[in-house]
Write a protein that binds this ligand. Structure first.
Ligand SMILES: [Zn+2]
Length: 231
């Protein structure tokens, strides 16, 4: 879906960059509407980290190109093209200030990525999972986001990323962070705090069925690849 959006939807705007004078607020509003649509279609949790959505999949993000970035990159590229052009007409367009920013589009892109990553990393709760798994994680940890090993549904990807960002409204989050009058205890086992980690791996009420099912699916995948490997 992300690829389709970048291929079919974003170019509609891309060709207007540098020619149409877009207001920052207009571009923001297009990006906002896009996120809203994603949320309506369950591809983006309403509490999900916005910056992560726009970080590349290689860098643990979800790889969507924002309209604002697209227009800014494209108009910078057009500006640099006019600036060094040997054609008189094109050069005079640069001299007359058709494009007001003089910046290498790659430098702009790197700066945006850096800012977004910093924003995401600076959120103590959103970044918790990344910090906890830093020692264990490798490039392969993030392959599932890059469609090299299976391709999760948009709903699954949205749910997994928001769970990693600890942004699901579990009872613990509702009771302690949102300040609602709710007991933070797990509604399944009534024993421990209902955190994302508890639900994912330590709830005794889920162990016998849900965790077992998950364990079996993983071993099935192992068995399948071993069978393939050894024919
Ligand atoms: Zn529990």
């Amino acid at each position: 879906m992300t690829k389709a959006m970048s291929t079919w939807a974003v170019p509609v705007i891309r060709y207007s960059a540098g020619v149409v004078e877009w207001m920052k607020a207009e571009l923001h509003s297009i990006d906002q509407k896009t996120r809203k649509h994603k949320t309506v279609h369950k591809a983006l949790h309403p509490r999900a980290n916005t910056d992560r959505l726009y970080i590349t999949r290689k860098e643990e993000g979800r790889g969507l190109l924002s309209t604002e970035d697209c227009v800014n990159i494209e108009s910078r590229a057009l500006g640099q093209y006019l600036k060094i052009s040997e054609d008189k007409g094109l050069r005079s367009a640069w001299e007359e200030g058709l494009i007001k920013v003089d910046e290498d589009p790659e430098i702009y892109r790197d700066r945006r990525t850096k800012n977004r990553t910093e924003e995401w990393h600076n959120k103590p709760i959103h970044r918790q999972y990344m910090r906890q798994t830093k020692e264990l994680a490798s490039d392969e940890t993030w392959q599932w986001l890059q469609m090299q090993r299976g391709e999760p549904k948009k709903e699954t990807e949205g749910m997994l990323t928001v769970a990693q960002d600890q942004a699901l409204r579990t009872r613990y989050v509702q009771g302690t962070i949102d300040g609602n009058n709710i007991l933070p205890i797990c509604r399944k086992c009534n024993m421990k705090d209902e955190t994302t980690n508890h639900i994912a791996s330590e709830c005794p009420a889920l162990a016998q069925n849900q965790y077992k099912k998950r364990h079996d699916s993983v071993t099935k995948a192992f068995q399948w690849s071993l069978c393939k490997k050894h024919q």
